[in-house]
Ligand binder design. Structure first.
Ligand code: AHG
Ligand code: MN
Ligand code: MN
Length: 341
């Protein structure tokens, strides 16, 4: 059900055409997308030459989550933040690489942006796909005009736009403003993102499951049973499913967007609240997947309806094709009933 574009359209043309559909649009959101587009081209260039310059590998410090920080993480963080700062539309950035909120020069800017500047950074050293994730909110109006951290703590369903850039065998951007998902491919010969697909829809049911199975022993009984269900042979439901796990959420979600199936990062005895971050990993990628006809839950509730309590909050996530997510939810529910009985 995916529409192929009729003629070559650059990201810039796409921005102008979609903006023209809204007579009152100020163009600010379009400018924000341009900023992210520019920063991601610079990051893409740096990712492509990571092996020949000295930018690979850990820089020796650890981020606020105690993980070792790669040089490219810091580079990507700086590029995105300075691009957003330049256009004076964004007032505040929350990034995985910064402990607190980052206030930009234009305190009155109307957007708040969440970033995972480089996702899957443990894959940098082995030349496997990585990505950048962004999530955009309107800054709420306050009588005193002050800008507080709590202003950033909005439910995912209030995102005005979100997307990711995947630095894979080609560089692709997925973007949504709540009216479907558009995919762009970076043409390195002209340095432009070109529209590759409009109104991307993922299959309603897919035959791929994606989870770090090494953590099997720390999962809930319901999840263990669901993964066994994925492995049982039943041609009617395309089982056994294929197992695919890249270890870069962006790359795993991109495959899910194109081919369908399910991606899971669950709660476990090791990570009681899951490992992935609600505001700059799960919300934007859930917005994309739901706009493409899929579903994203934390096991019980919709990811996009969760009320965040702090900016670096974690959540379990079960995300992908609708039928697959509803099926895992059945397994989790059944087991919860047994545990309580
Ligand atoms: P980041 O590189 O931004 O810290 O994110 C890594 C995340 C995510 O991309 C991936 O799905 C997950 O960590 C992999 O975790 P495990 O190694 O625990 O499977
Ligand atoms: Mn990440
Ligand atoms: Mn990251």
């Amino acid at each position: 059900m995916t529409k192929q574009p009729g003629k070559l359209r650059t990201l810039e043309e796409y921005i102008i055409q979609t903006q023209n559909r809204f007579p009152g649009a100020t163009g600010d959101l379009s400018q924000l997308l341009r900023d992210i587009g520019l920063a991601s081209k610079i990051i893409s260039r740096e990712v492509r030459k990571a092996g020949i310059t000295n930018i690979l590998g850990a820089d020796g410090s650890t981020n606020i989550h105690g993980e070792s920080v790669k040089k490219l993480d810091i580079f990507a963080d700086q590029q995105l933040i300075s691009a957003l700062d330049r256009s004076l539309i964004t007032c505040m950035v929350i990034s995985e690489e910064n402990d607190g909120v980052v206030r930009l020069h234009h305190e009155g800017g109307k957007y708040i942006v969440f970033l995972d500047p480089l996702d899957g950074s443990s894959n940098i050293d082995v030349n496997v796909s990585i990505g950048s994730i962004f999530s955009i909110y309107m800054r709420p109006a306050r009588h005193d005009g002050k800008l507080l951290e709590i202003d950033a703590l909005q439910q995912g369903l209030r995102q005005v736009a979100a997307g990711y850039v995947l630095y894979g065998s080609s560089t692709m951007m997925a973007y949504t403003t709540g009216m479907g998902v558009s995919l762009f491919t970076l043409d390195p010969s002209i340095g432009e993102f070109i529209l590759a697909m409009d109104d991307v829809m993922l299959p309603d049911h897919g035959n791929i499951y994606s989870i770090n199975e090494g953590s099997y022993n720390s999962w809930s009984p319901g999840l263990k049973k669901y993964i066994k269900y994925c492995q049982v042979e039943d041609p009617e439901t395309s089982r056994p499913y294929k197992a695919r796990y890249i270890g870069s959420m962006v790359a795993d979600i991109h495959r899910t967007l194109i081919k369908g199936g399910i991606f899971i990062y669950p709660e476990s005895s090791r990570y009681p609240n899951g490992k992935l971050r609600l505001m700059y990993e799960c919300n934007p990628l859930s917005f994309i997947i739901e706009q493409a006809g899929g579903l994203a839950i934390d096991g019980r509730n919709s990811i996009l309806e969760l009320q965040p309590e702090f900016i670096h909050q974690n959540t379990p996530i079960y995300i992908g094709s609708k039928q697959n997510v509803l099926k895992v939810q059945e397994f989790l529910k059944a087991e919860a009933v047994i545990e309580r009985a």
